[in-house]
Design a protein around this ligand. Structure first.
Ligand SMILES: *Cc1c(COP(=O)(O)O)cnc(C)c1O
Length: 378
């Protein structure tokens, strides 16, 4: 069976973990944590980075930093992972779900402004498949209404947005805050893991406090205060040095990992284009302002029947292909709380989207087998 995902090891992970163990510094915010954070700050121009134990945790930190209060409204797509919404539900927010774009599962930027009320606090765009939302449009709406933008960049490492003046910015460096994931299904991994990127300096000091269980321990170790204690709410959001050591080995190889993933993505695209056109199946489309970080290769079938047939056929050929999110506004947890309108495109992607295996060690033989299994029946 060709699995949907297989975590890739660069070879240095155990070496750095051994080093972390050997130096006797196992808790968080040590040498490897700093190396990882500096790497991201330098390469992608995030103002400040804090590693977390997951993207879910980074989103929860962002919700605290944004000072979300019960009854506040937070705007986000319905076609996303539960953590995007949970982080704000935990603070008592009301979630205002938005439909997807016609050409892409990401948030329909043109539907956002009409949903803003005087209770709206934040917009949470999700860069689905690592493909940028229209951040220029979203930032200008947010500025107009004085809202915070928190990018769910879980899938979006090493991906960029191009502004209308031609300049580029890394996803995760545009909103005031952004959350990344290093879960084993993402491009760069540490098993479980994540990161909060802080691009507005006014959040930096408080972010460190929330990260360190509500204490000013970070400032104390930097010599900025002469004793440390409990100064705010917080939790245990920082990962151990073992996780950071593992992650650092991945980061040293990020360019190689990205190159290989993009190569596979292009092989799929070329191998499936004619078949897709003939069978009314859509291949991933990228808006002009977005780059491709090859996080995911998906197909959008013309019907749920066509998708089921495809998944079954791939399974018979020993290939595991999987569908993705079910619209959050229709989930058993939220459906009774939801009183907005139908979100037809979100439901459309819930029913028709299927993801193909995409991982570093996928061989040419396997890729050709997957493509053959798809195209041979028509
Ligand atoms: C993976 C993912 C998350 C959650 O990441 P964890 O690190 O597993 O907490 C959140 N949002 C999106 C869009 C994701 O793809």
């Amino acid at each position: 069976m060709i699995p949907f995902n297989k975590p890739y090891l660069t070879g240095k992970e155990m070496h750095y973990m051994y080093e972390a163990v050997h130096t006797g510094k196992l808790s968080g915010n040590g040498k490897f944590t700093k190396k990882c954070q500096e790497f991201f700050e330098e390469k992608y121009h995030f103002k400040k980075c804090l590693l977390t134990t997951s993207c879910t945790d980074a989103l929860e930190m962002a919700a605290i930093l944004a000072n979300i209060q019960p009854g506040d409204e937070v705007i986000m797509p319905s076609y996303t992972f539960v953590s995007t919404a949970n982080a704000f539900i935990l603070r008592g927010a009301t979630i205002i779900f938005v439909d997807s774009r016609k050409d892409h599962p990401g948030i329909d930027e043109d539907s956002i402004e009409g949903l803003i009320t005087d209770r709206t606090k934040a917009i949470v765009p999700v860069h689905y498949a690592g493909v940028a939302c229209d951040m220029e449009k979203i930032m200008s709406i947010a500025n107009k209404y004085n809202l915070i933008v928190i990018e769910d960049a879980a899938q979006a490492i090493d991906s960029y947005f191009t502004f209308s003046d031609g300049s580029n910015k890394a996803l995760g460096s545009i909103g005031q805050l952004a959350a990344f994931s290093f879960h084993e299904t993402k491009n760069i991994i540490s098993g479980e893991g994540g990161m909060l990127a802080i691009n507005d300096e006014k959040f930096s000091a408080r972010a460190e406090i929330i990260w360190e269980k509500g204490t000013n321990r970070s400032a104390f170790f930097k010599g900025e205060v002469d004793k440390y204690g409990w100064v705010d709410m917080g939790s245990s959001f920082l990962p151990s040095e073992l996780i950071a050591a593992f992650l650092f080995a991945q980061l040293e190889n990020i360019d190689d990992i990205q190159l290989q993933r993009k190569k596979i993505w292009i092989q799929y695209y070329k191998g499936l284009k004619d078949w897709a056109d003939k069978n009314e199946v859509k291949l991933p489309s990228l808006p002009d302002f977005a780059t491709n970080n090859a996080h995911m290769f998906y197909l959008v079938c013309k019907s749920v029947e066509q998708r089921t047939e495809l998944i079954d056929r791939l399974k018979k050929n020993d290939v595991l292909a999987v569908f993705h999110y079910l619209s959050l506004h229709k989930s058993s947890f939220y459906k009774d709380k939801y009183n907005g309108k139908d979100l037809k495109l979100s439901d459309y992607y819930s029913e028709n989207l299927v993801r193909l295996p995409l991982f570093y060690e996928l061989t040419d033989i396997q890729i050709n087998h997957i493509i053959e299994s798809i195209v041979k029946n028509g």
